[in-house]
Design a protein around this ligand. Structure first.
Ligand SMILES: [Zn+2]
Length: 85
C-alpha cells in the first residue's frame, strides 16, 4: 500500500461519510480495499492499531499518521516491533 493509495483510501472514506453516517464499522474502508484489490486485513489491522475502529475514527485518528508515512512505507503497528514497555 503506497502513501498515494492511503490518501485515496481516506478520500474515499471522507467522501462517503459526507453522504451517510458512520455505522461504527470500517465498511467504507473495506469497500475501497476490496474494490482496489488491496490487502484488506493488513490495512484494517493498521487502521485499528492507529485507533481507527470505524470509518470516522479512521479519518480522525489514522489519517494523521498518513503524513508520517508519506516519506516511507506504511507505519507498522506498535505491537509488531516486539518492544516491551
Ligand atoms: Zn465511526
Amino acid at each position: 500500500m503506497t502513501p498515494a493509495e492511503m490518501k485515496m483510501l481516506f478520500d474515499y472514506i471522507d467522501e462517503h461519510l459526507s453522504l451517510s453516517e458512520c455505522d461504527n464499522t470500517l465498511r467504507f474502508a473495506r469497500e475501497f480495499l476490496k474494490s482496489n484489490a488491496l490487502p484488506e486485513e493488513q490495512v484494517v489491522a493498521w487502521l485499528e492499531a492507529a485507533g481507527g475502529y470505524c470509518d470516522c475514527e479512521a479519518i480522525g485518528n489514522a489519517e494523521e499518521l498518513l503524513e508520517d508515512s508519506m516519506t516511507g512505507s506504511i507505519a507498522k503497528p506498535r505491537a509488531s516491533t516486539g518492544e516491551i514497555e
